[in-house]
Design a binder for this molecule. Structure first.
Ligand SMILES: [Zn+2]
Length: 175
């Protein structure tokens, strides 16, 4: 431990148009600090890749900020407390995935709005369960690893699912 150099405390990127704010009682969230146009890049996540079994053995706070990127592969940032990892779930989100590790605006976002995506776009592990109280009229009261199967979500989030989930959806429709 002879190193005294302070390393940079992030491995992901977030748009400079965003800022991190506390969202009690659920930790922190990412908010628009200025107007953001539909299609703009909001975050690009980095980290280490672990299997589902490895992820389940990690501390809860690491699991809470991980994202599934492939069948049995998850991206997580371990001990690093990264602003870009603080994007909360909503059942009526303003952001969606573009590929596995990139978050984009699904519509124009006004300053002060919290940036959220629907974890149905990324989480496909059947054991995944997150209670939701987002308060939206479309709230499902939970985000689960089976939500990608819901036809209305497949329609609403077309083009915004993680590629491995889009492959599952395509396979479902070509059976
Ligand atoms: Zn909800």
């Amino acid at each position: 431990m002879g190193q005294t150099t302070t390393r940079q405390a992030h491995i992901s990127w977030r748009s400079p148009k965003t800022e991190r704010r506390a969202t009690p009682p659920y930790g922190d969230g990412l908010f628009a600090a200025q107007k953001i146009a539909k299609g703009e890049l909001l975050a690009v996540w980095g980290g280490v890749i672990v299997s589902t079994a490895e992820l389940r053995s990690l501390p809860q706070y690491v699991q809470d900020r991980a994202i599934q990127v492939e069948e049995d592969h998850h991206l997580c940032s371990g001990q690093i407390d990264d602003d870009a990892d603080c994007v909360n779930h909503s059942c009526n989100p303003n952001a969606g995935l573009q590929g596995q590790i990139t978050l984009v605006a699904m519509r124009d976002i006004e300053p002060g709005e919290e940036i959220c995506f629907d974890y149905a776009m990324s989480d496909g592990d059947p054991s995944y369960y997150l209670p939701c109280q987002c308060g939206d009229s479309q709230c499902r009261h939970a985000a689960t690893g089976n939500d990608w199967m819901l036809p209305e979500l497949q329609e609403r989030y077309k083009g915004y699912f993680s590629p491995y989930l889009q492959r599952r959806i395509d396979a479902q429709h070509h059976r």
